[in-house]
Write a protein that binds this ligand. Structure first.
Ligand code: ZN
Length: 147
């Protein structure tokens, strides 16, 4: 947020979280162009907390296998990121394909986290150091023991 109460992007009189991630000109455009599940909408019937909760608990499968809750979170994050870039980086231009950029970032994140969930659990190795024999000099290393 800036020192001015008005929204830097659209000039609305109040710039709060609800405005930034849901009602600002850019936000509403991105939401309308997104593949918003039918059960969700942008109506103002829900307050910000209820609206976010409904979206974060919606697991509709979207493009590239991304669930809506992840796409929702990434959309909010990109809205915040691009907004700040617009305010603090005079050369920044909003991307022409924001929803695609958001979808790819969410897909990357989900892919990495899905892979991590299927990796075997590592077993802890106890490393220790023992004094060398008298008259022997021992050099400590970084603890690498198998490579
Ligand atoms: Zn605005």
């Amino acid at each position: 947020m800036t020192l001015h109460a008005n929204c830097y992007i659209c000039g609305a009189p109040v710039e709060n979280v609800d405005h930034i991630v849901r009602n600002c000109l850019i936000a509403s455009l991105i939401w309308r162009q997104s593949s918003l599940p039918v059960s969700l909408n942008l109506s103002q019937d829900d307050n910000m907390i209820t609206w976010a909760g409904k979206n974060l608990h919606n697991y509709t499968l979207m493009g590239y296998g991304v669930v809506w809750s992840t796409l929702f979170a990434f959309t909010c994050w990109f809205l915040w990121k691009w907004r700040n870039k617009k305010i603090f980086d005079p050369g920044f231009v909003f991307p022409s394909n924001p929803n695609y950029i958001i979808l790819l970032a969410a897909a990357d994140w989900q892919h990495v986290n899905t892979d991590l969930a299927h990796k075997p659990i590592r077993s802890p190795a106890t490393l220790s150091w023992q004094y060398p024999a008298a008259g022997v000099t021992k050099i400590n290393t970084d603890g690498c023991r198998s490579g």
